[in-house]
Design a binder for this molecule. Structure first.
Ligand code: NAP
Ligand code: MG
Length: 405
């Protein structure tokens, strides 16, 4: 087709594994490449390719995202011992997401897709609640001990130059117990705050941050302080986009979220984000409707679906059975990346294409055409589900209509 929409700068594509990879190919061929003339910098992060390149391909892909600013990633296998055997791997390669995140130094934001006939568990949630989880430190890098006999536990800091020693008593144990020490880093908290501000500006949503500084007057208060410094630094940018910042005590934040209509970015400390992102995800329906984006403090973006490779469906497919895996979150990973590319390149027709594709997906589901995972929660109910291929065909039809082709 000569009338394809031209994308000026490259998009970095990271291919993946299993059922997610099958859906990925269908989406790319049918819903993207038929309409866009787009330079793609392709990396195969499928497990065999990572194994063959000793995982170099993952590092190269992350570097490419740094160069080109925008990437889109298919779900990948993080190998465990079973996978090692299943795919005859040389070793247990690290999670690609962890490798990419450590290179880009970013924060992951999860955003649900809202569709009228897929009502959330909480009736008032009419706009997405986006969660940003600080993915460093706290209990995830804690040092723990079991105490079996009476004794004292102290926290001791000794500066390497020998000039300073500080100690505090944690507890004088009279009986058995347990103890944990944890830490965080100024640099990591600051880059988290910056990523949250970048993302709130990019999505034009308010920013909430919750912690418990009334109880944790040093640790949690440190997070609160760094957030407010970064908010002050970004004051003009936030003001220009009319974005409000709210600091709340974490329990108040939870209560306010449940009564809200959504439409905010909720920045969470590590443990809160771990717990709350699963609550929000199930509250909005299906994993097939949850997108995820890694945003680095210096403005690189990597979009993906929040779900994994959907291995159970893949094994069914290998047996020759029909599967109905939901491709929506993967489609929105593509549209998120394409819209961001259009925004950075200043090409409104590219952004319009991304929005038309998203609109076509939503219209398809709203007309009662959906995959099996959505069928059980659809209101009103529908009497049959569509396979992945049938669903993508239906989206394609609406997309051609919406683009006036
Ligand atoms: P999963 O792929 O997220 O799937 C778990 C279950 O959730 C599925 O069996 C399915 O439930 C449902 N589901 C998830 N996505 C769906 C979709 N698009 N449409 C319909 N149903 C969907 O998690 P997993 O099976 O535990 O993990 C498989 C592999 O993915 C693992 O090797 C893991 O390492 C990897 N993983 C990768 C990423 C990533 O790359 N970001 C994230 C998570 C996991 P039913 O079986 O009930 O239909
Ligand atoms: Mg969790």
């Amino acid at each position: 087709m000569s009338d394809k929409i031209k994308v000026l700068n490259p998009l970095v594509e990271l291919d993946g594994d299993e059922m997610a990879r099958i859906m990925w190919g269908l989406i790319k061929d049918r819903l993207i490449l038929e309409f866009l003339d787009i330079p793609i910098v392709y990396f195969d992060l499928g497990i065999k390719s990572r194994d063959n390149t000793n995982d170099e391909v993952t590092i190269k892909a992350a570097e490419a995202i740094k160069t080109h600013k925008v990437g889109v990633k298919c779900a990948t296998i993080t190998p465990n011992h079973e996978r090692l055997k299943e795919y005859s791997l040389k070793q247990l390669w690290k999670s690609p997401n962890a490798t990419i995140r450590s290179i880009l130094d970013g924060t992951v934001f999860r955003k649900p897709i809202i569709i009228k006939n897929i009502p959330p568990a909480v009736k008032t949630w009419v706009k997405p609640i986006i969660i940003g989880r600080h993915a460093y430190g706290d209990i995830y890098k804690g040092a723990e001990m079991k105490i079996d006999k009476p004794g004292v536990v102290e926290l001791i800091y000794k500066s390497y130059d020998g000039s300073e020693t500080v100690s505090v008593t944690v507890h004088e144990f009279k009986t058995k117990g347990v103890v944990m020490a944890m830490h965080n880093l100024e640099k990591s908290i600051r880059s988290f705050a910056k990523s949250c501000i970048n993302y709130a500006v990019s999505e034009k949503v308010d920013l909430w941050f919750g912690a418990k500084d009334t109880i944790s007057k040093t640790y949690h208060a440190y997070f609160k302080e760094i957030f407010s410094q970064e908010i002050n630094n970004a004051y003009e940018q936030l003001n220009a986009s009319n974005i409000q910042y709210r600091y709340l005590l974490i329990d108040d934040a939870v209560a306010q979220i449940m009564k809200s209509s959504g439409g905010m970015l909720w920045a969470c400390m590590n443990y809160d984000g771990d717990v709350m992102s699963d609550m929000i995800a199930s509250g909005f329906g299906s994993l097939g409707l949850m997108t995820s984006v890694l945003v680095s403090p210096d403005g690189n973006y990597e979009y993906e679906a929040a779900h994994g490779t959907v291995v159970r469906h893949y094994y069914e497919r290998l047996k020759g059975n029909v599967t109905s895996t939901n491709p929506i979150a993967s489609i929105f990973a593509w549209t998120g990346a394409i819209a961001k590319r259009g925004e950075l390149d200043n090409t409104p027709d590219v952004i319009r294409f991304a929005k038309a594709l998203e609109q076509s997906v939503i219209e398809t589901v709203e007309s009662g055409i959906m995959t099996k995972d959505l069928m059980s929660i659809s209101q009103p109910p529908v009497d049959r589900f569509y396979t992945t291929e049938e669903f993508i065909d239906e989206v394609y039809k609406r997309l051609t209509d919406n683009l006036g082709k």
